[in-house]
Design a protein around this ligand. Structure first.
Ligand SMILES: Nc1ncnc2c1ncn2[C@@H]1O[C@H](COP(=O)(O)OP(=O)(O)O)[C@@H](O)[C@H]1O
Ligand SMILES: [Mg+2]
Length: 254
C-alpha cells in the first residue's frame, strides 16, 4: 500500500508513520518511510540521533542539476521527468528494516511551482508510488496541495491524524477537502491520544470522514520520545491497532 499521513502539527503523524512502517518491517516486507514534513523528525522517532538521519533530497543540488538539466544558462529550461529510479536506494538509510528517506523542504508555491527541486522531489515520490512494489508511508504536513493530482492518484489511503480538540478536527476537514480537490477519495481519520470517552464525540464531529483507528494516549509513547527511542515496541496492542487499521485501509479501496 501507498499511504499518505497528514494532520495538525503534534497530532501524531510521525508516531503513526513509524507504527505502520515498523509493523510492516517486522513482517520482513519492503517498506519505505518518506519524511516529507519540513519539520522532519522521523529519524528521531525511529530511535536515531539527529546526525544519523538521511540527507534531504532537496539539498542534493548537484544531483538535482544533473538530473533535471537545470544548469544556469539554460534559460530556465529543465525536464519535469528526471530519472530518479536509483535515488530511493542511494539516499535512504536502513533503520531495522525500514528504509528512511527525507525530502526536505519543498519550494513554496504548491503544485503550481515549477522549479527543478520540486520536479525532482515529486518525481521521486511518483516513482515510489507507481514504480515500486514496496510499501510506502509518506509522513506529510497538513498542507497536501503540493502532492499534485498525478502523484495523488497513487495514494491508496490518506490518513488524517486527529488528537482530541477542535483545531485538529478542523484540520481533518480541511485535509479532506484538499484531498477531494486533488482526486483522493480514500481518506480516513485516526484518532490519537485518546484518554477517555471523547472518541465517540470526535467521531460525530469528523463526519463524513470515517474513523479507521483509535490510539490511546500512552505514557510509554511520550516517554520513548523523551528518551529518543522508537515508540513502537511491537506490543500486542500496537500490532492489533495497526493490523486492524491496515484492514480498514484496504477496504477503502474496494
Ligand atoms: N498515543 C500517544 N500517546 C502519548 N503521546 C503521544 C501519542 N502519539 C504521539 N504522542 C506524542 O505527541 C508528540 C507529537 O507526536 P508526533 O508524532 O511527533 O506528531 P506530528 O508528527 O503530527 O507532529 C510527541 O511527543 C509524541 O511522542
Ligand atoms: Mg512529525
Amino acid at each position: 500500500m501507498k499511504i499518505a499521513i497528514t494532520g495538525k502539527g503534534g497530532a501524531g503523524k510521525t508516531t503513526l508513520s513509524v507504527y505502520i512502517a515498523r509493523f510492516i518491517a517486522e513482517q520482513s516486507r519492503d517498506v519505505y518511510l518518506i519524511d516529507a514534513d519540513p519539520d522532519a523528525n522521523a529519524a528521531l522517532a525511529l530511535g536515531l540521533n539527529n546526525s544519523e538521519g538521511p540527507l534531504s533530497l532537496a539539498d542534493l543540488n548537484d544531483v538535482i542539476k544533473e538530473r533535471t538539466g537545470a544548469e544556469s544558462g539554460y534559460g530556465g529550461f529543465f525536464t519535469l521527468n528526471p530519472r530518479v529510479d536509483d535515488i530511493p536506494g542511494k539516499y535512504s538509510i536502513d533503520v531495522d528494516g525500514v528504509r528512511l528517506l527525507r525530502t526536505g523542504r519543498l519550494k513554496k508555491g504548491g503544485s503550481g511551482c515549477f522549479c527543478p527541486e520540486n520536479a525532482f522531489l515529486s518525481s521521486v515520490v511518483s516513482h515510489m508510488f507507481f514504480g515500486s512494489n514496496a510499501w510506502v508511508i509518506l509522513d506529510m504536513e497538513a498542507g497536501i496541495e503540493h502532492l499534485g493530482r498525478a502523484t495523488a492518484q497513487g495514494v491508496d489511503a490518506m490518513l488524517v491524524v486527529v488528537e482530541p480538540g477542535k483545531r485538529s478536527i478542523q484540520t481533518a476537514h480541511d485535509v479532506a477537502g484538499l484531498a477531494d480537490d486533488i482526486g483522493v477519495s480514500q481518506v480516513g481519520a485516526v484518532i490519537n491520544k485518546v484518554r477517555g470517552t471523547e472518541a465517540e464525540e470526535i467521531k460525530e464531529l469528523l463526519q463524513p470522514v470515517p474513523v479507521l483507528a483509535q490510539i490511546p494516549y500512552e505514557d510509554d509513547v511520550f516517554r520513548a520520545d523523551m528518551r529518543g527511542e522508537c515508540a513502537y515496541k511491537g506490543t500486542e496492542t500496537q500490532r492489533e491497532i495497526v493490523a486492524d487499521l491496515i484492514n480498514k485501509m484496504e477496504s477503502l479501496n474496494k
